[in-house]
Design a protein around this ligand. Structure first.
Ligand code: NAD
Ligand code: DAU
Length: 340
C-alpha cells in the first residue's frame, strides 16, 4: 500500500489523474491538496469524493506550515505535483502568481519531501519549456535533450521549476522525475483553453476567436494518455530523469476548430480571426521515443479517436460547465478578448 499526495487534483489534468489512480489502485491511498483557484473545482472530484482511498485537503502548495504538517501527518510515498497556474494568456496579464505557485510552490513541496522522506517526487511539466519549432520544418521534434528556451511567463515559470527539481536531485539527492507533456484535451477541461472554449462557443453559436492566422500547431494528447504515462513513470521511471510525453498528433489550430465545428454541425462562418497572442509559439511537436522504448508506454488515443468522445462529454456535462464558471473566469474572458 502506497500513499500519494496529488496536488492540483481539482483541475483538469490532476482531476483526471485522481479519477484514474483512485479507481485503478484501490489499495493505495490518495490525498489531493488543492487551493481551489478559479481553475480548481470540487465538481471535478465529485465522482471519487466518497471513495474510501481518497481524501481532499483545501490548501495552497506555497503554505509551508500547512504543507509540512500534512507531510508529517500522512508520511507520503509519492508526490505528484500538478498544482500550477496553467494558462499562457493569464501569464501575459499577470506573471507574478505564476512564479509564486509554479516555482515557489514546487520548492515548498520539495523541501517537505527532503524533511519527511519520500520514495519519489514527480513534477508534471510541459513541452512549452522547449520553446517552439518552425512551421516549415516538420522533421524537427522536441527530445529530452532539446535546450530549454521559453517564450511566455508561464513557460518560464515551468522551466524554472524543472531546473529547481533537477537541482534538488543533484544537490540533495532527492528522488525525482519530470514529465513534459504536449497539449492535453478530454473531460473536465476548463473552458478558457482552446478545445473546450471552441465547443462552448460553437454550442452557443458565438464567434470562435482564432489568434493570428490559425496556422500555429499543437500536438494533442488525450488526458487519459497523460495519466497512464505519469503512472508508468512513477512505477518504472529512473530517478533524475526527464520523460517527454506525446503521441504525434500535430494539428493546426484551424484544423482543430474546423473539426469541432463539423462534428457539431456548426458553420465555419463562426471562425473569427483576432489579434495574435504576444510571443505566440508557432509549433510544438514531441518525440516520445524515450518513454515508449524505456518504459513501454504507449497512448491509447489518436486525435481522431479522442476528439469525438471529448465533444460528447462536453455535450453530456453542460451542468458541470455551468457550475464551474465563476465571476473571476467571466472577468478574465471579458478582459482578454476585449484586448484582442
Ligand atoms: P488547471 O489550471 O486545469 O488546474 C490547476 C489546478 O491547480 C487547479 O485545481 C488549481 O486550483 C490548482 N492550484 C493552482 N494554484 C495552486 C496552489 N498555489 N496551491 C494548490 N493548488 C493550486 O491545470 P492543468 O491544465 O490541469 O495543468 C496541470 C499541470 O499539468 C500543470 O502543471 C501544467 O503545467 C501541466 N500540463 C498541462 C497541459 C495541458 O495541456 N493542460 C499539458 C502539459 C502539462
Ligand atoms: O503544450 C502544453 C501546454 O498546452 C500546457 O503547458 C498549458 O498549460 C496549456 O494551457 C496549453 O498551452 P497552449 O497555449 O498551447 O493552449 P491554449 O489552449 O491556450 O491554446 C492552444 C492554441 O490555440 C494556441 O496556439 C493559442 C490558440 N488559441 C487559444 C485560445 C484560448 C486561439 O487561437 N484562440 C483562443 O481563444
Amino acid at each position: 500500500m502506497y500513499k500519494f499526495l496529488v496536488t492540483g487534483g481539482a483541475g483538469f489534468n490532476g482531476g483526471n489523474f485522481c479519477h484514474y489512480m483512485v479507481n485503478k489502485y484501490p489499495d493505495d491511498v490518495f490525498v489531493c491538496l488543492d487551493a481551489l483557484t478559479y481553475a480548481g473545482n470540487m465538481e471535478t472530484l465529485a465522482p471519487i469524493l466518497d471513495k474510501p482511498n481518497f481524501s481532499f485537503v483545501h490548501g495552497n502548495i506555497c503554505d509551508r506550515e500547512l504543507v509540512f504538517s500534512l507531510f508529517e501527518r500522512e508520511k507520503f510515498d509519492f508526490v505528484v505535483n500538478f498544482a500550477a497556474e496553467s494558462h499562457v494568456d493569464r501569464s501575459i496579464e499577470n506573471p507574478r502568481i505564476f512564479l509564486e505557485t509554479n516555482i515557489l510552490g514546487t520548492q515548498t513541496l520539495m523541501d517537505a519531501c527532503r524533511k519527511y522522506g519520500i520514495r519519489r517526487y514527480h513534477q508534471v511539466s510541459t513541452d512549452e519549456v522547449y520553446g517552439d519549432l518552425p512551421l516549415d520544418r516538420p522533421d524537427l521534434f522536441f527530445t529530452e535533450e532539446t535546450p530549454i528556451r521559453t517564450s511566455s511567463p508561464y513557460s518560464a515559470s515551468k522551466a524554472g521549476a524543472d531546473l529547481l527539481v533537477m537541482a534538488y536531485h543533484r544537490t540533495f539527492g532527492l528522488p525525482v522525475t519530470v514529465s513534459r507533456c504536449s497539449n492535453n484535451y478530454g473531460p473536465y477541461h476548463f473552458p478558457e483553453k482552446l478545445i473546450p472554449l471552441v465547443i462552448k462557443k460553437a454550442l452557443a453559436d458565438e464567434p470562435i476567436p482564432v489568434y493570428g492566422n490559425g496556422a500555429n500547431v499543437r500536438d494533442w494528447l488525450h488526458v487519459h494518455d497523460h495519466c497512464t504515462a505519469i503512472d508508468c513513470i512513477l512505477r518504472k521511471g529512473r530517478d533524475g530523469e526527464v520523460y517527454n510525453i506525446g503521441g504525434h498528433n500535430e494539428k493546426s489550430n484551424l484544423e482543430v476548430v474546423r473539426t469541432i465545428l463539423h462534428a457539431l454541425g456548426k458553420p465555419e462562418s463562426l471562425i473569427t480571426f483576432v489579434k495574435d497572442r504576444a510571443g505566440h509559439d508557432l509549433r510544438y511537436a514531441m518525440d516520445p521515443t524515450k518513454i515508449m522504448t524505456e518504459l513501454g508506454w504507449k497512448p491509447q488515443y489518436t486525435f481522431e479517436t479522442g476528439i469525438g468522445p471529448t465533444i460528447q462529454w462536453n455535450l453530456d456535462h453542460q451542468d458541470w460547465l455551468a457550475n464551474i464558471i465563476s465571476g473571476e473566469y467571466l472577468r478574465f474572458m471579458e478582459k482578454n478578448y476585449r484586448r484582442n
